[in-house]
Write a protein that binds this ligand. Structure first.
Ligand code: ADP
Ligand code: MG
Length: 452
């Protein structure tokens, strides 16, 4: 899709114009020749996607005046001036005023080609930045699910459509593709938005907890069940129950969930009641539950029960055209949060965005944008560590802090006073941090000899 960069070449000298045109066309540029400034001005608009090269000495409107008028049309349009011997001082002045470059006659063809190549690259980025900003403005209405690619347009359409149909939905997609966002929209865009949106991550809860969380229990239903508890299913009645990472749901729970889905009744643990519920389940899976290999421990019957409608969100690498748009969105958001100016797109950044495969999908891209907004990401791809790719900056800082604390504890054999001294923080802060990082000081205490 890349077009050859266009060069508007302005020179009243027919021979020079033709000779330069040949040189530049051989170098791969598309040349639009003009014999005078006025005819160039008629054609050049603010969105001209190329570079202007103009001779300075011309009758009527000279090159400098052309440059000034172009600057009024678009200050970011690169203008390269070709000057005679006597004009150097004036050309330097033009540079100060924003001309891209000046080249004194006579010049080797290389000199001109190199200057134009750099100017064309700069121009391309300027135009791209502008187009992205425009696209972002018009994509406001697509929030929170940004994307101009046909798959994303279809996804939004499908979600709207399905939201109103009161059926259970399975959302399939790799991590970070937007499954949470999609689930939220299915709720927001449905009549159920008056009710609760109740999310449960099946991968994050221990098997023992998940059933009482889901189904609720009576007081005394099991050891430790002191109070009666309303389960999430019942709490989601009239609203939406979002079961994330459903592939991790324990088998025994799957059986019970299947029964709930079929009967639309819930029986809290320790009761014989059948409480009717008005339930819509949206489940999300990182694996393809339709494939027996990937389904592994997931019951086929539950899969078919949930699979009334399956919405697949493709990985970011299969909708690469959306990467720059999403990146700009996250960049602006991060810049606003950090109260800084969003940095400009650079060639290094651009190629990083395009070349990377984004295994962590949109989440990874948003973390990358945050680091760029902090001035940490605009490096050549190789220097960005792999770890930093998959976790956010605050997360990375947390981990680093935990590591330092563990090291200090281990050096000081778990002794509070010396550890606190080594870290240079107040005792209270130290204990707060231990708790936050889940570090147990006792693990670092020297093992006392038995009886000692
Ligand atoms: N199309 C999108 N437009 C804007 N933000 C998105 C988009 N897709 C995902 N995100 C954001 O990326 C992050 C990860 O999305 P999430 O829905 O949590 O992914 P998943 O649940 O599939 O792991 C979230 O911060 C979410 O807001
Ligand atoms: Mg998720």
């Amino acid at each position: 899709m890349e077009h050859q960069p266009s060069i508007a070449f302005v020179d009243d000298d027919d021979d020079l114009r033709n000779a330069n045109r040949q040189t530049l066309e051989l170098a791969g540029f598309t040349v639009v020749p003009f014999a005078d400034a006025l005819s160039a001005l008629r054609v050049l608009t603010p969105d001209f996607p190329g570079v202007v090269v103009t001779d300075v000495r011309m009758p009527h409107i000279d090159g400098l005046e052309l440059f000034r008028r172009l600057r009024a049309i678009d200050p970011d349009l690169p203008v390269i001036l070709i000057t005679g011997h006597g004009d150097i001082e004036m050309a330097v002045e033009a540079l100060h005023q924003g001309a891209y470059d000046f080249i004194a006659k006579p010049y080797p063809a290389d000199r001109l080609v190199q200057s134009i190549t750099r100017a064309a690259e700069k121009r391309r980025l300027v135009i791209e930045n502008r187009q992205l900003r425009q696209a972002l403005e018009s994509s406001d209405e697509t929030l929170p699910l940004i994307g101009q690619t046909p798959v994303m347009q279809n996804l939004r359409k499908t979600l709207r459509h399905v939201a109103n149909a009161d059926v259970d939905v399975l959302i399939a997609g790799e991590t970070g593709t937007g499954k949470d966002v999609a689930a939220g929209l299915l709720h927001e865009w449905s009549r159920r938005k008056q009710g609760n949106f109740v999310a449960l991550n099946c991968g994050a809860l221990p098997e023992a907890v998940i059933e009482s969380e889901l189904f609720g229990h009576e007081a005394g239903a099991f050891t430790g069940a002191q109070k009666r508890r309303v389960g999430r299913i019942e709490y989601a009645s009239g609203g939406t129950l979002f079961l994330d990472e459903i592939e991790s749901m324990p088998l025994s729970t799957q059986v019970k969930l299947l029964r709930v889905l079929e009967t639309r009744e819930v029986t809290p643990l320790g009761t014989n009641e059948h409480r009717p519920i008005d339930l819509r389940v949206v489940a999300a899976a990182k694996v393809d539950l339709g494939s027996p290999d990937q389904r592994a421990n997931f019951r086929e019957d539950l899969y078919y029960r949930l699979n009334v409608v399956t919405i697949s969100i493709p990985p970011l690498r299969e909708r690469r055209e959306d990467v720059p748009l999403l990146f700009m969105h996250f960049l602006q958001r991060a810049a606003a949060r950090f109260k800084s100016e969003a940095p400009e797109m650079t060639p290094a950044l651009r190629s990083r965005l395009i070349d990377h495969d984004w295994p962590g999908n949109v989440r990874e891209l948003s973390h990358f944008a945050e680091r760029v907004a902090l001035g940490l990401g605009d490096l050549d791809g190789a220097r960005i560590s792999h770890l930093a790719d998959t976790i956010s900056l605050p997360e990375a800082m947390e981990r680093h802090e935990a590591k330092l604390i563990r090291e200090a504890l281990s050096t000081n054999n778990g002794d509070v006073r010396s550890t606190v001294e080594a870290l240079g923080i107040p005792r209270k802060t130290f204990y707060d941090k231990l708790q936050r990082h889940g570090i147990d000081r006792a693990d670092y205490a020297k093992v006392k000899p038995p009886g000692g």
